[in-house]
Design a binder for this molecule. Sequence first.
Ligand SMILES: Cc1ncc(COP(=O)(O)O)c(C=O)c1O
Length: 443
Amino acid sequence: MTFDPHAPVANDLTAFWMPFTANRQFKGAPRLLVAAEGMHYTSHDGRAILDGTAGLWCVNAGHGRREIVEAVRAMAGQLDYAPAFQMGHPLAFDLANRLVQGMPEGIDHVFFTNSGSEAVETALKIALAYHRTRGEGSRTRLIGRERGYHGVNFGGISVGGIVNNRRLFGGLLGGVDHLPHTHLPERNAFTPGQPAHGAHLADELERLVALHGAETIAAVIVEPMAGSTGVLLPPRGYLERLREITAKHGILLIFDEVITAFGRLGSATAAEHFGVTPDILTTAKAINNAAVPMGATFVTGAIHDAFMTGPDHLIELFHGYTYSAHPLACAAAMATQELYRAEGLLTRARDLEAAWADAVFSLKGLPHVIDLRCMGLIAGIELEPRPGEAGKRAFEVFLKAYEMGLLIRVTGDIIALSPPLIIEPGQIDQLFGTLAEAIRAVP
Ligand SMILES: Cc1ncc(COP(=O)(O)O)c(C=O)c1O
């Protein structure tokens, strides 16, 4: 049967198995978005929905930006696709040069992928191969952290630490261990910015080194700010300590910055924000305002150069994707980066941070609110779970907020907020006013 785009279709939601979604609940009462502009989505029933989450932490420059739309449109007409294996197109090189300029000193090469999950797999593979190419092939162990989120592919869920993302999928990668998470609500609850307690948890890495032997460990991967698990900020001194210990033992440090890169905390990267430079840094999402799927793994010159040995005609790294550096993704990224520069968006979260933190802490004292955390333009609002119904209370707040014209994100009983960086102070007030009402409305 040939596909007729004009044929009427049944309004049927069954065929699409939706990702990370309660499919049956959704299909019983669908929430469809049909358009977006600036700070708002339009729902299928014609309502303006204030975007409190920048899509999925990714539309940092706001929706429907003409400059990005035009760049993608123009590239689609000029070069629809170019193979990335043994071939190239000029914009990919321009973009790589441009992106590394925004990275911390020493991180000066980039490998393109199509998602955050792929950026993570790429980082883990590069870390393993790096040690191997240097004659340290015994370094095969990878260390992640409890509650970490590194996407959904096998490497990512192996080093990740979110139980539901792991438990159904078998034995995962061997040779993986985990640091403890840093969530200490009994000591740090209701702290704006970096919590005071918990730096000592980085010392657990010394324990793992003593247990396994440094010569077996390739890399440690953490999110400098753990987003998907519910906005856990690094305790003061924690990242510095991790950097010290990894450097001491020749272990690579990978920062997964899929959420934090490109302005979320008020700096180009969390590495810059916290003054701690990893060896490898993964990004995606806001790299091109999520207009076309794209991810990117950044590495130091030392890591890159370790591969540049052997005969010239041989491929140095047997890794890559059909859509690595896709022309449309590159065009969107170039236009996005230019918008970030022209509008000062990479540091805007810093300017709004005080107003944002005041608004977050205005929720203190509302029913069931047991913790508030924030930095830059990000917030975690933790609700007390209902006994025997983990996650249900926050999900009901999510539904209520949507009904009231606000998009939030929930993970377990934690509400995570991360609006586009173009948000205006009046919209911050509106966001928290609506959210407070939604929290009050849910028992
Ligand atoms: C820290 C981190 N790593 C990896 C990913 C996976 O990205 P993607 O969904 O693009 O595969 C995410 C997604 O939220 C993330 O937050």
